[in-house]
Design a protein around this ligand. Sequence first.
Ligand code: MTE
Ligand code: MO
Length: 372
Amino acid sequence: DPYADDPIRHPALKVNSQRPFNAEPPPELLTENYITPNPIFFTRNHLPVPNLDPDTYRLHVVGGPGSKSLSLSLDDLYKFPKHEITVTLQCAGNRRSEMSQVKEVKGLEWRTGAISTARWAGARLCDVLAQAGHKLCETEAHVCFEGLDSDPTGTTYGASIPLARAMDPEAEVLLAYEMNGQPLPRDHGFPVRVVVPGVVGARHVKWLGRVSVETEESYSHWQRRDYKGFSPSVDWDTVDFDSAPSIQELPVQSAITEPQDGETVESGEVTIKGYAWSGGGRAVIRVDVSLDGGLTWQAAELNGEEQRPRKAWAWRLWQLQATVPAGQKELNIICKAVDDSYNVQPDTVAPIWNLRGVLSTAWHRVHVHVAS
Ligand code: MTE
Ligand code: MO
């Protein structure tokens, strides 16, 4: 069993798949803290978790014309200026289960919890690439990452991002060795992972073994044959993966974590809680909440760290204390967020449905009963 050596996990996690391990925190725990505690941070693995020895670990930075190769130990990485930032990581498949209610999709049935937030610390990728002698070049270029996790045939997890993002100090791409002040837990990439602020989780390669600058995107299955969006009319017979760009920056997202669908709430006052986040460093400027299925709206209070303009890498948690109209027997609660480009979430799932069930960002709806 290649999974026999996987780490022990927190019992509160809702498991979507045991081998490989995929799990999310329950909604009420997800928004209990602005920073997600490491043991309940959602986990998305495609392969067995490698057991790496920090003393012999080396990160290979592959050289090319005009640059040199580096073989970096953990101690070498610690010598680069240590950079620490709060970043929310979201899987492209977050909220997929709502898409599969419209029509079947292929993928793990994530609910609202394939998203979490941590303080990440490490070396900036731009500093490491600079030491190897890389410069921004005119030709289309990509930085490819390879993980040290592999399947029985030796295929490793891989992904890439554009070189321009990797070289931009303002983009703050990290080779992270710390998560919330601790060494990375094994499930989250020990000893080193990539953190690409504002970009889909799939590019944050864990158990990082190799970095290279290429003229083409990574040839990994997960870069080229997965994590892409399509029109609702595309099915598995007609899909052409080469026709769509790989997902990088994610669209604006929000969800309600309390109360939960089907719950009974007290009459009088109700507290509604959730999270909101947008990709590309776009800040959340507003979260609108409706109790009556979208007829009327109230703005929620935004909590958590202030967001830096163009570098809003982390979510806002939000909350609304609302009066339940007298005599109301049920509530149709909805939330929708707006980012600082005034991007909004689509109202329903059907027009954004896609065969892989990614980018599920429709208004989040929760139906609750009111106690009489
Ligand atoms: N890196 C490696 N090496 N192997 C993986 O399976 N999964 C990716 C990414 N990096 C993955 C990986 C995906 S799809 C996501 S959403 C994030 O890791 C999840 O990171 P987490 O498990 O720390 O939450
Ligand atoms: Mo993912």
